[in-house]
Design a protein around this ligand. Sequence first.
Ligand code: AMP
Length: 420
Amino acid sequence: MLTTRPRGTADLLPGEVEKWQYVEERARDLCRRYGYREIRTPLFEHTELFVRSVGAGTDIVEKEMYTFRDRGGRELSLRPEGTAGVVRAFLENGLHAGPQPVKLFYLGPMFRYDRPQAGRLRQFHQFGVEVFGSADPAVDAEVIALTVDFFAELGTPDVQIELNSVGCPECRPVLAERLRRYLAPHLADLCGDCRRRLERSALRVLDCKNRACRALLAGAPTAPDYLCAPCADHFAGLRRHLERDGIGYRLNPRLVRGLDYYTRTAFEITVPGLGAQNALGGGGRYDGLVEECGGPHVPAVGCAIGMERTLLYLAERGVELPARGGPEVYLVEAGAPEGAAADLLRRLRRAGFAADRDYLGRSLKAQMKHAARLGVAFTLILGADEWARGCVAVRHMETGQQEEIPLGDVPAYLRGRLNR
Ligand code: AMP
């Protein structure tokens, strides 16, 4: 127990962490270029926020939340997704009263009590973006473009965008009613989940993975056929933007996402060959959510990308991520006076080099061996004689060549050779 992590969680060790940092840096830089600012919200919120926004009848709220009562008796939940907290923060901090649109991004852990498997964890991480304050389909197109660019810049341009419109509170009930009517003669053949969904959020039956349900739904009515005129216009506008921008997509009239708050645009980023967990991310428009959370009417659109699945996918595609880390310079003490090595080490670190030394009282030979094991580019050997001459021996580990460099010149020498 004490040495076992909770099921569905992961440790990211040095070596792997650098890959995450690289992907996170790409996300941050992309957001900078697209004009999105970072927001950090709490890892837990009032449970009611998720019930209201994600939806009481969704799998996330019904089965997957880590909900607890704190010592003050408050009902709290670890966040299962990022949008609800961002909407809450948007309202609570009065961002809706400032200049619009407000373009935000977040990176961080989310928590869902689900059956763990490859690409599905109980603590996982998402990179997400949200745009508040514009109903223009050009913004939906921008969010989709950003996700496409994210994967292209990571070296995997072959992700696919699946696109649908799930309508709005005006037209969705019409489709829901058609679906109920279509399925009425087959209720007994539907899975239990679908029977329940049909009552509360009928569109979600379209997304059922159960084979019998899928077969029954083969000829079922789908959203695009029932869109009201404003929703149809918005969808056509989005498609025009995507086509104009050269962003490929596949229409998927059965795509409905597992959260209640979506209106109009719904999309998913999928890849071939990632098994059941083939969605790297997804998003859509949620024009009613800010109001639902007690704010004014503020149209909004966003998406979230799963970090674990992204990294799995990159690994599967053989994309090499830079795994830089650990020291580049190792300082071997070999008889110089106490303090000389510490002094040189501090100067190197201040000059920007990742530099380290021995703290275990190792022999000269053992220090050299350790430096090789660390994979440093240079080892500096500070012996009594060299020090007396104001120098240090610098060994280039790859070639084995060694030369004596005046102590004051070491940073410049390393800078030239480590491409700084
Ligand atoms: P969702 O918020 O359900 O739309 O999920 C958006 C993305 O987050 C998914 O496409 C996955 O990449 C990722 N994701 C969702 N749930 C999990 C999970 N339990 N484990 C790992 N990644 C997840």
